[in-house]
Write a protein that binds this ligand. Structure first.
Ligand SMILES: Cc1cc2nc3c(=O)[nH]c(=O)nc-3n(C[C@H](O)[C@H](O)[C@H](O)COP(=O)(O)OP(=O)(O)OC[C@H]3O[C@@H](n4cnc5c(N)ncnc54)[C@H](O)[C@@H]3O)c2cc1C
Ligand code: SF4
Ligand code: SF4
Ligand code: SF4
Length: 352
């Protein structure tokens, strides 16, 4: 029996899932909850940054980015913060050429920008997303209210700011180094022709070796031969690629992307296409902001709309290290609530 999953992910992970949905047979993710994302951090550097402040990540109960600072909330109730400027030394370099703040290819995008504390901002983009919000609201899982004009202005300003700054960085990098492939958007027919013969060796030279990998795990998930794995934070292949297979190259969000998925007009539309923007919160759940992601996934699972959800929990051994999980019980979704500010090969759980 075919199983149907939801996923929650950063914009680059959502792009990977969108590519897989279009070009991979039997892709099981039918509901995409995308997060807002300005930047992400390297786990190793994040840990080092904490240590420089005398903090052991094992003593941190919550990580938050607020008011231009990265906050470590400690188990004893105290808080320590460092400026985002300083924290950005730990930022993954790819994030500075990323043109999507609000997960524009998701069914529902969720973040905190624009809404009051304890609430989430939600951007409903598809009919499927709209239906889920309506049902979850009627069932009492979430409550909603309009996002204020001011909230929308702040959201648009941040999204535009990311695009403007990062477009400059794309141009700068392209003038001194290699093209930023995913921004070389092309018509669908041209795209399919371009990528026909590309295989893992090309993925390695075009993405992995040039430091453009966002560690989404799509190359692992898409490989029909099961010969890709992620070792030491890098995708690797063990075996021979059969002729005609280009699945990993096509699934990767940092190779070429057809313009029906990412067009150059996305540089001037701050939030992408959407139906409605609201503030929402989930009184029954504790989450990073309004707990809306956890509430929507739990509702969808309990109601049989999905059979499971791809979520990011915390590694038991290494505190705050993101751990990708396929949650098939509501308690696994609840346990994964909260933001882990490091990259995570989420999609690879589809192979596990
Ligand atoms: C790297 C990163 C950067 C972000 N930057 C911003 C920002 O600049 N502005 C903003 O408004 N919001 C940002 N967010 C989103 C924000 O932190 C909250 O996740 C969002 O508001 C949802 O809150 P919630 O209470 O509804 O989620 P919760 O109910 O707490 O659920 C959070 C969900 O996020 C998932 N998750 C946690 N860590 C990761 C990860 N590393 N990768 C993929 N999924 C993950 C978990 O699986 C969980 O299901 C960012 C999130 C991430 C992961
Ligand atoms: S590339 Fe970086 S900024 Fe862009 S969505 Fe991925 S983690 Fe976020
Ligand atoms: S078999 Fe196909 S998907 Fe797997 S690594 Fe080779 S080219 Fe990529
Ligand atoms: S190389 Fe693999 S893990 Fe890295 S961005 Fe591409 S698909 Fe994702």
């Amino acid at each position: 029996m075919t199983r149907t999953y939801a996923m929650v992910g950063t914009p680059c992970q959502i792009t990977a899932a969108t590519l897989m949905d279009r070009y991979t047979e039997d892709f099981p993710v039918e509901l995409k909850l995308g997060l807002f994302c300005m930047e992400n951090f390297s786990y190793t550097y994040l840990k080092k940054l904490a240590e420089e402040e005398g903090i052991d990540l094992a003593d941190v109960s919550e990580l938050r980015i607020e008011k231009g600072r990265l906050w470590f909330h400690l188990n004893d109730g105290s808080k320590v913060s460092v400026s985002l400027e300083r924290a950005r030394a730990a930022m993954r370099k790819n994030c500075s050429v990323c043109m999507d703040f609000t997960s524009e290819q998701s069914d529902i995008s969720i973040g905190s920008v624009g809404s009051p504390e304890g609430w989430s901002t939600i951007i409903i983009r598809t009919e499927r997303g709209h239906e889920l919000i309506e049902k979850a609201r009627k069932a009492g899982y979430i409550e909603t209210k309009p996002l204020t004009e001011r909230g929308i202005r702040i959201l648009e300003k941040l999204a535009s700011g990311k695009k403007e700054d990062n477009l400059q960085e794309i141009k700068r990098r392209e003038s001194v180094a290699r093209p930023v492939l995913y921004w070389r958007v092309m018509p669908d027919e041209e795209y399919l022709e371009e990528v026909t013969d590309y295989q893992f060796d090309d993925l390695r030279s075009d993405v992995i070796d040039v430091g453009a990998c966002v560690l989404c795990g799509a190359c692992v998930a898409s490989c029909p031969e099961d010969i890709v794995s992620i070792k030491d934070r890098k995708p690797e292949v063990e075996g021979t690629c059969p002729e005609g297979c280009n699945a990993c190259y096509v699934a990767c969000p940092r190779t070429y992307v057809p313009d029906s998925i990412i067009g150059h007009d996305s540089a001037i539309t701050p939030l992408g296409e959407y139906i409605e923007i609201l503030s929402a919160r989930a009184p029954m759940f504790r989450g990073q902001d309004g707990g809306v992601v956890t509430a929507l996934l739990t509702y969808a699972l309990r109601e049989g709309i999905i059979d499971g959800a791809l979520v990011v929990d915390r590694d038991q051994e290494r505190p705050w290290k993101p751990l990708p999980v396929l949650a098939e019980e509501p308690q696994d979704i609840v346990k994964a609530a909260g933001t882990k500010y490091s990259a995570c090969p989420l999609l690879k759980v589809l192979k596990e």
